[in-house]
Design a protein around this ligand. Structure first.
Ligand code: ZN
Length: 489
């Protein structure tokens, strides 16, 4: 009896191992085979232009009165002077004083335009961290093959690369068959309400329905995806949502010389601990599923085995993601306590305590999910939960099986040799959140090549880009425009 039981167990394990191995080995690559295309070399003037752009301190400060608006005007003048064909031949419009909307009309009115986005404002450099920079943040110093400075990754490099590519195409006599709209906001780092939002309103008024929109977003990662040797170009096909909740605990106060066991502060603190210990459930949403499907077959054996056998290893995969902050943000609606308020005197027990919790929502999670989650997790009627009216659901998920997406992937492979392409989820917000209704096909990608160390430069210290990488970004936009705006497309 026992013997046949063990036989049965062994047989089951054997079959399981066979299935797992078969699935691992039978998973085929989803990567399309595309050859790199030769592209005219970028001349050194392009490098000088990015350096000059970095040197103009278009800094977005939270306090409007700290912002140097002359720098923004100087930047616009620099664009006009540096790109005479763009300024002279295309529709060059300034929106709300500082944002740019430039349109290159295509031959064929019946074709939808494409929209290339970027922003030219940058975040400030903290006084305390400025000494940690190898070179001053607004110097644009070139050293060891890198251009150093604030904006070399986020996001002047996109604005300047788009302008360089269009200027190159104009000089070459290229005529697009569909229109190319360039939209450059001036306040993305403050939420884009004065820039991108106004540009989007202008486009909506004109009933623009774009073939696709491409804005900053995910990048080409090097050595960041575990088990992947090749660089991975990740294209954001959706952006997480945003919600804020206020928790208010009310408990009768009294004198601190004869305190009750609980008071408003303690009750609130307990609620916060419950939230920390019981996060919203992790799950694999559609964009991350696409990522797994496309990256999985390219991974080293163990990782490929897990990704190819999601039916068995889903929990393991989720736990692996949850172990890091970035991974966790990809598979969870996250929450962070950001504000805390209570008390007015050291010997008076307050009757009220308030905390603010900021949520970043996965596609599919709604404000009512957040409310239900908080209510059931806290489970304490002394605490009132109020959701702020100012929330955004995650954006709609853009398709990956259309011409627009395949043109972007093809272009990446044409310019960046041996790069794996996969869709993914964008954790942070971009100016594209203002572009609802302008296109079904909204993508977030900028081909800067980053390893874990270089990633820290974004909003951090020692932001820099390789000169070669910058030149390849110009070639990427040039190729993308040709792929998307020529006859066969
Ligand atoms: Zn940015």
């Amino acid at each position: 009896m026992l013997k046949s039981f063990f036989k049965y167990v062994l047989l089951t394990i054997g079959i399981l191992i066979l299935v797992v191995l078969a699935k691992t080995f039978l998973t085929k690559s989803n990567q399309v085979q595309v050859k790199t295309v030769p592209s005219a070399p970028v001349d050194s003037n392009a490098t000088k232009h990015l350096v000059t752009a970095i040197q103009i301190p278009t800094i977005s400060y939270d306090q409007e009165n700290e912002i140097d608006r002359n720098a923004f005007l100087k930047f616009i003048a620099f664009v006009k002077n540096t790109y005479p064909n763009i300024a002279g031949k295309l529709n060059f419009e300034i929106i709300n004083q500082y944002s740019l909307l430039i349109e290159w009309n295509g031959k064929n009115d019946s074709l939808k335009p494409i929209i290339l986005m970027g922003h030219y404002d940058v975040v400030p450099v903290e006084e305390a961290s400025s000494k940690q920079w190898e070179y001053p943040a607004f110097s644009g110093t070139i050293s060891n093959g890198y251009i150093h400075g604030r904006g070399t990754l986020d996001d002047k490099v996109a604005v300047i690369s788009i302008l360089e590519s269009v200027e190159r195409l104009l000089k070459k006599g290229f005529i697009p068959d569909r229109s190319i709209i360039m939209a450059f906001g001036h306040d993305e780092e403050l939420g884009g309400n004065n820039g991108a939002k106004m540009i989007a309103a202008n486009l909506r008024n004109r009933k623009i329905n774009a073939e696709f929109i491409l804005d900053e977003g995910l990048v080409i990662t090097n050595g960041i995806v575990p088990g992947l040797k090749a660089p991975a170009a990740l294209i954001g096909i959706a952006e997480k949502g945003y919600a804020t909740a206020e928790l208010i605990s009310k408990v009768d106060g009294g004198h601190s010389s004869m305190p009750k066991k609980e008071n408003a502060i303690v009750v609130l603190a307990e609620a916060l601990v419950k939230i920390k210990n019981n996060p919203m459930p992790a799950k694999i949403t559609e964009p991350v599923q696409y990522f797994i499907n496309d990256i999985g077959p390219e991974l080293s054996f163990i990782n490929r085995m897990a990704f190819s056998n999601q039916w068995l290893f889903e929990k393991l995969i989720l736990n692996k993601y949850k172990a890091t902050n970035t991974g966790n943000a990809l598979v969870s609606s996250t929450s962070a306590a950001t504000l805390l308020q209570s008390g007015m005197k050291e010997n008076v027990i307050p009757m009220i305590a308030k905390a603010t919790i900021n949520f970043r929502l996965l596609p599919g999670d709604s404000d009512s999910d957040v409310f239900q989650y908080l209510k059931s997790t806290i489970n304490d009627e002394r605490i009132t939960i109020k959701l702020s009216k100012d929330f955004n659901l995650a954006t709609k998920i853009s398709p990956v099986n259309n011409k627009a997406f395949s043109n972007i992937s093809k272009t990446i492979k044409q310019v960046f040799n041996n790069t794996i392409v996969a869709p993914s989820l964008m954790i942070a917000a971009t100016d594209q959140k203002h572009y609802d209704g302008i296109s079904e096909n909204r993508y977030r990608f900028l081909p800067v090549q980053l390893d874990a160390d270089a990633l820290k430069g974004i909003h951090g210290v020692n932001e820099k880009i390789g000169v070669e990488n910058y030149h390849a970004i110009i070639q990427f936009y040039e190729q993308l425009i040709q792929n998307s705006c020529s006859k066969s497309n």
